[in-house]
Design a protein around this ligand. Structure first.
Ligand code: SF4
Length: 493
């Protein structure tokens, strides 16, 4: 069983994507800066992490399963360029061979890459590359990007332009090529990527929260189809390789994935979530006496709901942040206990009619338990309000939401679903409501709500689609990892 699936069962809505960071440092300290950036992106994935540096044409890389920790032996490592990756597997299981950055060699050149997204023509492209003699060392679709860059010539913009011609789907990429930090984003801009420079140092990150914490305020998005090349001591260069097309930034980055202090397209995520909650209160007022946020990611939406509904916010759910990773064992009793232990109910609910607000609903198992616990604590009515439309379709662009059969809202009406989870009522934000908050025609992917995918896709959602036969050692390594006691999950909101 893939680790992500088991962890997801325990955490129910633990579906981050991946985080990438790249640094080109004027001071030769790219590795610690990239590592610090990686910690700022830990919420995007905690199955594995990695760091790679390049000095004098040689790549050094460190990769591990679990949460990021400063690698032993990297302390004295001075390097002008570095990239990092934190992973949640969407293609390729949680083996160390799939941890990134991936490193490859061709004609004496070493290249390292880190990728966030999913390649949607991966099976076709992999078979072409195998036929041309490329030997894959991982089952990750990210290796396709590495293989294409290795096969291209030394002219960087040309090499990336050729790769973009062949790749379909979502890809934000950082790479180390010939002493440069390279960053590019797919022509739809499905996954976010931001860049900032200061005093001769350039930092690229999946989210602006990492740039903020590193002290880089003058930020901008890497545009869809844009290539940025940074060399030590020089101003970064930008190449518009496939710009001007229709943008499709993932709407779910706004709803759940991105950290609330990040900005997407210049807009603070927390403020968007508050407005989504406010719109929900306008569309589906619950007639309740108080609003209960589902911590931590439901808090901004609950705040917006309470403000528009002129209701008090009651911090009634206490979340145990240590449950997620403690209960990953595939034992049904442990998994069930994991769900049960995730939330406790504080005082302030007895005899009251409550609106419980969360940002999204996937399998419904956590919400079912929350409703049960609130009722057991004496709540008179429990109205569930979700600040996003119902999930109806799987994601093929790098968010491991759930198997289509597990999307509870796909085939059940809100009224039936509400009854099923024991709520007095249940309502979702409408698609119109989502659009009115985010702006019609803004250029967003909303395929998991609408089924309208912005690119052609191979309808093979299996994470192991590129996995010929997982090596026995990789399986043993995963089993070892799962037996280890791990640090707590990073708190999110
Ligand atoms: S399908 Fe959904 S989760 Fe996937 S990229 Fe589109 S909006 Fe985001």
């Amino acid at each position: 069983v893939a680790l992500g699936i088991v962890a997801g069962a325990a955490a129910e809505r633990s579906f981050p994507v991946c985080g990438i960071v790249g640094v080109c440092s004027a001071e030769g300290n790219a590795a610690p800066v990239a590592f610090a950036g990686l910690v700022g992106l830990q919420h995007r994935g905690h199955e594995s992490w990695g760091l790679a540096t390049e000095t004098g044409g040689r790549v050094a890389a460190w990769r591990e399963l679990g949460l990021a920790r400063w690698p032993a032996g990297a302390g004295a490592h001075a390097a002008p360029v570095a990239i990092g990756h934190t992973r949640y597997s969407t293609t390729g299981d949680s083996h160390l061979c799939n941890a990134q950055p991936l490193v490859g060699t061709a004609g004496g050149r070493e290249i390292a890459i880190a990728h966030n997204g999913n390649i949607t023509n991966a099976v076709e492209l992999a078979s072409e590359l195998r036929a041309s003699g490329y030997a894959f060392r991982s089952s990750s679709d990210s290796e396709l990007i590495l293989a294409l860059l290795l096969a291209a010539g030394a002219d960087l913009p040309d090499a990336v332009a050729r790769a973009i011609e062949r790749l379909c789907g979502a890809y934000s990429v950082v790479a180390l090529v010939d002493g440069s930090l390279v960053a590019f984003r797919d022509p739809h801009g499905i996954r976010p990527l931001a860049v900032a420079s200061k005093a001769g140092t350039t930092v690229v990150s999946s989210e602006t929260c990492a740039l903020d914490t590193l002290g880089y305020q003058r930020q901008r998005e890497v545009e869809p189809g844009e290539l940025v090349v940074a060399r030590p001591g020089e101003r970064p260069r930008s190449y518009g390789l496939r710009t001007g097309g229709r943008r499709h930034l993932c709407v779910f980055e706004y709803v759940y994935v991105a950290r609330r202090d990040s900005r997407l397209d210049g807009e603070r995520v927390e403020s968007v979530r508050e407005r989504l909650g406010g719109r929900l209160a306008y569309e589906a007022p619950a007639g309740a006496e108080a609003v209960v946020p589902v911590p931590a990611s439901g808090l901004p939406a609950a705040r917006g709901f309470a403000r528009v509904g002129d209701l008090p916010l009651v911090d009634a759910l206490v979340r145990n942040e240590y449950v997620g990773r403690t209960f990953i064992e595939p034992d049904p009793t442990l998994r069930s206990l994991g769900l049960q232990m995730k939330f406790n109910v504080a005082d302030g609910v007895a005899g009251r009619s409550l609106a419980v607000v969360d940002d999204s609903l996937v399998r419904g198992s956590t919400m079912r338990r929350i409703v049960r616990k609130l009722r057991a604590a004496g709540a008179r009515e429990v109205h569930v309000r979700i600040a996003a439309p119902p999930f109806r379709s799987p994601c093929f662009y790098g968010v491991d939401i759930a198997d289509p059969g597990e999307l509870v809202a796909a085939a059940t009406s809100p009224a039936d679903l509400g009854r099923e989870i024991g709520a007095t009522s249940l309502a979702f934000l409408s698609l119109d409501g989502l659009e009115s908050v985010l702006g019609a025609g803004r250029g967003l992917c909303d395929a998991c709500f609408t089924g309208r995918y912005p690119t052609p896709i191979e309808r093979i959602a299996d994470k192991g689609r590129l996995e010929a036969a997982p090596p026995a050692e990789a399986r043993r390594e995963l089993a070892r990892f799962r037996r280890r006691a791990l640090p707590p999950q990073v708190a999110r909101s």
